[in-house]
Design a protein around this ligand. Sequence first.
Ligand code: G4P
Length: 294
Amino acid sequence: NEMNVQWYPGHMTKARREMEADVRIVDMVIELLDARAPMASGNPEIRRLGQGKERVIVLNKSDLADAATTAAWIRCFQAEGAHCIAMDARGSGNRKLLMRTIEAAAAAKRERDKKRGILNRPVRAMVAGIPNVGKSTLINMLSGRSSAKTGNKPGVTRGNQWIRFQQSIELLDTPGILWPKFEDPAIGEKIAFLGSVNEMIVDKTELAVTLLAFLETNGKLEGAKERYQLKGTETAAEMLTEIARLRGCLMAGGEPDTEKAAGIVINEFRSGALGRISLEEPEGEAHGTQNTEG
Ligand code: G4P
């Protein structure tokens, strides 16, 4: 059941060039990862580009992930020396915690500046992550502006404005967009489950079948079994047919509309209706293994 997720290198090249330019002018990179799959949603490129910069890792969408697993990931990243917190960027409830974490990460830089006689220089930060991980939401939360993506509005200048907050922290208002790594099909799959891949390049039915098979294999099918009244003995393809019947997704001839059912399964997984499901566990293993830069 291996899906082959494709991507557009041209897209990636442009995003990477912009990211490289931005990262040069900041002291700190706030790396957004999806709490449900911190490895798959990370891009080793960002570590290479951000070398020598302070590193803050935000495990976002933690409201959709298993809480204990997220706590284990936090310990894991902290052991690596990164500042790491989990959050739901849609609410302002975590704003203070995030500010405090950014300030703590900035402290080392301020100290270095002080030793070199540089006073009151703001610490500059940028947000980076793969598509759909919540970058805009997080920037909006920090800047206190509405959820509108101002950059897409006519008449509003987009990009490279500094949002100033806290004890002289300056945040770049445009996030760095990183393309996910697809070389490993298992990574591409998870990224597709999370919705960070353009829907146009992934077959919906295939994605839903792969997702159901993944949940089954990893003992995470409980929520789906309950919600869709599955026996759990079916193949993933059979599950989808049953879900189509249950939800009344029928085609003209009365045949189950599995594509429509696939859309339901994917949306319900992404919204958390199938439970708070983490796709990756740290399991005490060194989780930098996906790094290619050594
Ligand atoms: P991006 O800039 O990294 O591409 O991501 P963006 O902020 O646009 O967020 C992508 C989607 O994820 C948005 O939903 C956003 O509301 C949602 N989101 C962001 N942070 C969190 C979080 O911590 N938890 C949950 N559950 N969702 C989060 P959308 O449906 O695409 O848009 P909208 O309907 O919310 O406007």
